[in-house]
Design a protein around this ligand. Structure first.
Ligand code: HEM
Ligand code: HEM
Length: 229
């Protein structure tokens, strides 16, 4: 008998698809460069907020959203690879890729805040570090493109591999939230409104921090002195 099991709550699903859109647009605007850099920075700040939300939701969110539910040590990984893992949500191997995705895009978004393009655009926290450090961070931020491409290829490749070779649909649950399973599963707990509000507030807080609006205004540049003659 097939059982319908709720796998992902709607905040995790909205988080995922919003991240896809924002990261896609951030990479696109970075490649266009020039005037698109302003939008690139804004998209990156939004990614900081989104990731801040997800980290807090990973602590106080619903069961399958919590890191403690899916992050497993080497023993859990071994059990999974030997076919002895059962459960709903990210499997122990998938959990590794989730952590890498969150870590890589988190690093990318935060490093961007301190970067500069040597022309007209600087990240909003650029002035917190000296120019040499900003240039160094910019170099890493710039070179991460290939790591991001590789990790995304692996991520999408894994989804396709499960679909075509293991006949397991991972995409459906990330869209509609539930899946059919042979085994009855524990229902994913209902969303706690207060926890959701706290996670949204944390996400907004991260975006405000990243935007640098709290930094003191830069001192006005002194007007050039025009000689009398
Ligand atoms: C997850 C979010 C982000 C992604 C995926 C991303 C991606 C990229 C990529 C791929 C490049 C290199 C483009 C090229 O090859 O020319 C780049 C450049 C740049 N990004 Fe980001 N970025 C993100 C967030 C940010 C943020 C938050 C800021 C600042 C507010 C920022 C500021 C910059 C700057 C200044 C450059 C130009 C670097 C240069 O000229 O070499 N980025 N970004
Ligand atoms: C910029 C592109 C993408 C990024 C940054 C990204 C990132 C992530 C992250 C962080 C998770 C973990 C979700 C969580 O627990 O919060 C995840 C899961 C997932 N993603 Fe993506 N993703 C991207 C593109 C895609 C695409 C294009 C697909 C569809 C083919 C996809 C399908 C999935 C699926 C099915 C899962 C759940 C995997 C599982 O069941 O364990 N992702 N992704």
């Amino acid at each position: 008998m097939q059982h319908r099991i709720q796998v992902w709550d709607w905040p995790v699903r909205i988080f995922h698809w919003l991240l896809v859109v924002l990261v896609g647009a951030a990479i696109g605007t970075a490649l266009v460069g020039g005037n698109a850099m302003d939008l690139h920075g804004r998209l990156g700040i939004a990614v900081c907020g989104l990731l801040g939300f997800r980290i807090v939701w990973g602590v106080i969110g619903t069961r399958t959203a919590r890191f403690t539910h899916f992050v497993r040590g080497p023993a859990g990984l071994r059990d999974y690879l030997q076919g002895r893992w059962q459960g709903i949500g990210h499997n122990p191997l998938g959990a590794l890729s989730v952590l890498m995705l969150l870590g890589l895009f988190g690093f990318q978004a935060v490093s961007g805040l301190f970067s500069n393009d040597d022309i007209a655009f600087s990240g909003p926290l650029r002035t917190l570090v000296d120019k040499a450090s900003s240039d160094y961070i910019t170099g890493i931020h710039h070179d991460m493109l290939w790591w991001m491409a590789a990790l995304l290829a692996l991520h999408i490749g894994a989804v396709l591999y499960y679909r075509m070779l293991k006949k397991e649909d991972l995409l459906g649950p990330m869209v509609r939230g539930w899946k059919y399973s042979e085994q009855p599963g524990e229902e994913n707990t209902a969303i706690n409104g207060l926890a959701l509000l706290v996670a949204i507030a944390a996400g907004l807080g991260c975006a405000v921090l990243a935007s640098g609006v709290w930094l003191p205004e830069p001192a006005p540049v002194a007007a050039p002195i025009t000689p009398d003659w």
